[in-house]
Write a protein of this length. Structure first.
Length: 256
């Protein structure tokens, strides 16, 4: 067995940033997280797991074992603004053009965001995708203050709790998935990102590498044979990976 070595070049990794936020509403008919919309102005997502607290059992005058409470997942979302579609998740309803009523029912939602992974040798080593399911936002303070000689934009903040959902292969339901681009299969990761963000339409004036994703004829395809010379659509060089072109949040069982 080799001796342990610390802090070697390229092994000092870190995670930073929050970007590419997307909000997904739940379709009333299909019960799926469909119609993803970009969340501009997202500044922070703080993951707040709780639970898993130990309760000690005693027997024979000694500590017998620990029983642990169920773990739950929550998050604090901060942003300078939010998509119009988030209003109904924040307890608001439009009763007339431009007129919003508060204190309404809050709708559950899903979201995704991306963080960067770097190291001492490569600041752009990779990234992680974070997927959140079954979230419900709690009422939060909105502090409006006068403009002064040190102006600041209002930062909105929401505390979100989640209801986990089942995933094949795991005993317990989950409310959050994390996908590491430095470990995940590249071709599968591209398919997942096409689901989360959508894909560009196929262009007969572009070239494509194996694994590239495009939208064509209202379907999503992945390139199986490199196209080094721009040409018209050739079905033999593409593999259909989805019938859905609208950005959506895949369920955990689809991400495996």
């Amino acid at each position: 067995m080799s001796k342990l070595v610390w802090d070697q070049v390229g092994e000092k990794t870190y995670e930073t940033g929050t970007k590419k936020g997307v909000l997904y509403l739940i379709d009333k008919t299909t019960k799926e997280y469909s119609k993803g919309v970009a969340w501009n102005g997202l500044t922070a997502v703080s993951e707040n797991p709780s639970g898993a607290e130990a309760t000690a059992l005693w027997a024979d005058d000694i500590k017998y074992l620990n029983l642990y409470s169920t773990e739950t997942f929550g998050a604090t979302v901060e942003a300078y603004t939010y998509p119009d579609e988030f209003a109904e998740c924040d307890g608001s309803a439009e009763i007339a053009p431009g007129v919003m009523a508060g204190q309404q029912s809050r709708k559950a939602f899903g979201m995704s965001y991306r963080t960067n992974v770097g190291s001492d040798a490569d600041a752009d080593l990779g990234y992680k995708l974070h997927l959140i399911y079954g979230a419900t936002a709690s009422p939060s303070e909105k502090a409006y203050t006068t403009v002064n000689d040190s102006p600041e934009a209002i930062t909105f903040s929401w505390e979100a709790t989640t209801t986990p959902i089942l995933i094949d292969g795991l005993i317990k339901p989950v409310a959050e998935l994390e996908i590491d681009s430095t470990v995940a299969t590249a071709s599968k990761l591209k398919v997942l990102e096409a689901a989360l963000y959508g894909a560009e339409e196929f262009s007969a004036t572009s070239t494509y590498a194996v694994g590239d994703i495009v939208e064509y004829s209202n379907k999503i395809y992945q390139c199986t044979t490199a196209i080094s010379t721009a040409a018209a659509w050739d079905a033999a060089k593409w593999n259909k990976v989805s019938d859905t072109v609208v950005p959506y949040l895949p369920l955990p069982s689809e991400v495996k």
